[in-house]
Design a protein around this ligand. Structure first.
Ligand SMILES: Cc1ncc(C[n+]2csc(CCOP(=O)(O)OP(=O)(O)O)c2C)c(N)n1
Length: 562
């Protein structure tokens, strides 16, 4: 209740507020808000994870946020601030509610060449929704509340607070403070804005009148927790559903109306279906370059409708026949309540055609998804993950080839499974998987990464061991970043020189052995038939596990069709 101030330090206020918002972990490289960390020990149950780089701290906070819907907290002192800002880029691109806190400049010493100091604030501008300084201890309560409010409201996203002092020493000062928290803003979504009825009816009229419609479900569906409503509406009106990479867990891959991930890191069947549609309904999607294969799938001019919590997103890339501004879950529930189910029959031929396209994709890829080739094909790993992951697994996937393989080849098999992917940063997935496991310790977390991706933050195997973060990490170990191969083939005129390989290959490495040396369990898999067993024992282990799968350096993921 406002108006109940009492004398306390900024540190005590911060600790009480973080606890009050339900924060269970903070990820940091020391030393920042030192006093806060000290008082957290006696005043809270928050775990203070000291990790190996500020980017790791940001990615763990991001994984924590995407897995739980609660803001993930990461921190750095002034010299590490730009590393932390760099780590927020993926959270920004993925609309993940991460709150970053750093130490910053003191008015008394600005511009005097203080050790390690520059003006960090501009670096946070492009990767945050709210980027502010806290220069006076009296501002702790309102600024922390504003940080939480902004991170989880509307389209969620990162925020940054910079605290006075290179280590944020303002936290040691005292004032009359009230550590009030607003439960409403402790997780995504903070509010569920209702759409207006006329726009719902206009959208429904378009969908019901279409003979070949498709839904493209984006990350807004997952942020809203709207998967059940999405599937119910698709079933009621018989509309196939494609997803963005960020919305992949909106519908299980084995659902009869699921066509797969559309766009650049996609499944061929999804692109074919979306390009064959007479109406595309984007829900919680940015309609960005990755989801639309740079606006070729669907082509600009294809009739479209769009539903988004953020009115500014409506019509950004596709002229719309109907636009609905509202939370995805309540909007889809309203649509379902008002839907004319009798119109579904109009789409029977289209649904049959779509199912045939999907079936043909499965038939064409059965051999690689079950391949016994040695070295192992990455598609076989994806196939085995589809077949063997538990119903409540959280799957975390890196970018580049990892994003292509898993986006296109892996199927979720239960509505209880979650899927989170790097929005572009190589190396994101391994720490993000650890963060996800911190947030959801009772659920199995399985990360899929390439070896180039793992190298970035390999030191944090030690973090996982020290903090008993029992996530499973699967490394597609081809001794290279072979997604780059095609591009170098091209610039070498079709055939690379022997020396050109130095541009994208690494030394061969046994990651299982490295993991064992750091105290984790390492399992080396060289034969495809051994993968499922390795996964089963990894999921039972009570330690972090790294499954090092030796794969084919010549395996290249299929390119998107348009
Ligand atoms: C921060 C960052 N730097 C560079 C890239 C460009 N990039 C995308 S994939 C890739 C190589 C991926 O290698 P690996 O993770 O081993 O997977 P593989 O291609 O071998 O399957 C690179 C360098 C990126 N996405 N992010």
């Amino acid at each position: 209740m406002l108006g109940h101030n009492r004398k306390m330090s900024g540190a005590e206020c911060m600790a009480d507020m973080l606890q009050g918002y339900g924060v269970t972990h903070v990820f940091h490289v020391p030393a920042v808000l030192r006093k806060t960390y000290a008082v957290m020990e006696s005043r809270t149950t928050i775990k203070r994870l000291h990790v190996h780089s500020e980017a790791t701290a940001a990615y763990m906070a991001d994984g924590y946020a995407r897995a739980s819907g609660k803001p993930g907290i990461c921190m750095a002192q002034v010299i590490g601030a730009l590393n932390l800002a760099a780590g927020l880029r993926d959270a920004w691109l993925a609309h993940s509610p991460v709150i970053a806190m750093t130490g910053g400049r003191d008015a008394k010493t600005k511009f005097r060449k203080v050790y390690q100091e520059i003006d960090d604030m501009p670096a946070f501008e492009p990767v945050t929704k709210f980027n502010a300084t806290v220069d006076d201890v009296s501002r702790f309560p309102d600024m922390v509340r504003q940080a939480f409010r902004t991170a989880v409201s509307g389209t969620p996203g990162p925020v940054h607070l910079q605290f006075r002092g290179n280590e944020g020493q303002v936290d040691a000062e005292e004032a009359e403070l009230e550590p009030l928290v607003e439960a409403q803003f402790s997780r995504v979504p903070s509010f569920r804005p209702e759409p207006d009825a006329a726009s719902v009816d206009a959208a429904l009229k378009c969908l019901q009148g279409a003979s070949r419609p498709v839904i493209v479900a984006g990350g807004g569906v997952r942020a809203s927790g709207a998967a059940a409503e999405l599937v119910a509406l698709a079933e009621a009106l018989q509309i196939p559903v494609a997803t963005s990479l960020n919305g992949k867990d909106s519908i299980p891959g084995n659902h009869s109306l699921a066509v797969g991930v559309v766009g650049s890191y996609s499944r061929e069947s999804a692109n074919r279906v979306v390009n064959g549609a007479d109406l595309v309904c984007f829900i919680g999607s940015e309609t960005g370059g990755m989801t639309t294969h740079f606006w070729a799938v669907p082509k600009i001019g294809t009739p479209a409708i769009q539903i988004d919590i953020n009115a500014e997103a409506l019509g950004r890339n596709y002229p719309l026949q109907a636009a609905v501004n509202g939370d995805a879950k309540v909007t889809l529930a309203r649509m379902l309540a008002r839907a004319d189910r009798t119109s579904a029959g109009r789409r029977a031929a289209w649904v049959a055609e779509v199912q045939d396209i999907c079936q043909k994709w499965r038939a064409a890829n059965k051999a690689v998804l079950e391949s016994d080739a040695v070295p192992i094909r990455p598609e076989r790993i994806c196939g085995d993950l589809s077949r063997h992951l538990p119903d409540d697994a959280i799957v975390v996937v890196d970018t580049g080839h990892a994003g292509m393989w898993m986006g296109g080849m892996y199927d979720l098999t239960s509505p209880r499974q979650s899927y989170m992917r790097s929005a572009g940063h190589l190396g994101w997935a391994f720490p993000a998987g650890l963060g996800a496991k911190c947030a959801m310790p009772q659920r199995p977390v399985v990360t899929f990464t390439g070896d180039a991706g793992l190298w970035y933050h390999i030191g944090d195997i030690e973090t996982a061991v020290r903090w008993k973060i029992n996530a499973v990490t699967v490394v597609n170990n081809n001794g290279s970043g072979n997604q780059s191969k095609r591009g170098f083939d091209r610039v070498y005129g079709g055939k690379q020189t022997e020396q050109a390989h130095e541009l994208w290959t690494f030394n061969k490495m046994n990651f299982a052995r490295l993991a064992e040396d750091m105290g984790a369990i390492g399992i080396r898999v060289e034969k495809p038939g051994d993968f499922a067993g390795a996964l089963a024992s990894a999921l039972k282990a009570e330690r972090p596990v790294l499954i090092d799968v030796v794969t084919d350096i010549d395996a290249l993921a299929p390119l998107a069709v348009s």
